[in-house]
Ligand binder design. Structure first.
Ligand SMILES: [Zn+2]
Length: 93
């Protein structure tokens, strides 16, 4: 399973639904709150074996798989840090 991989579209900010084109084709749904993939369609054989990219389901922007994964990783780290930070601020302030 691709548990540690999270994608975010730098084009429109979509961080939930993507199509994955690698050696197989599948559609994934992510939880931005959890930072993980929560739903994954059955992998279908890809028509083009050399594919290695993802497609944003919101704006159809195409991203290279590895760079998209790197962006997503950074994105998760940042949101986690922000969430931790905001939890440390007293609600009464
Ligand atoms: Zn997009």
């Amino acid at each position: 399973m691709t548990t540690n991989i999270f994608f975010v579209c730098p084009h429109c900010g979509n961080d939930t639904e993507f199509k994955i084109f690698t050696s197989s084709f599948r559609v994934i749904k992510q939880s931005p709150e959890l930072g993980i993939c929560i739903e994954e369609s059955t992998a279908l054989p890809s028509l083009r074996q050399k594919d290695n990219h993802i497609e944003c389901q919101a704006c159809f922007h195409i991203l290279e798989y590895d760079s998209a994964a790197a962006i997503g990783k950074k994105y998760i780290q940042t949101t986690k840090r922000l969430r931790k930070y905001s939890q440390n601020i007293p609600a009464s302030v």
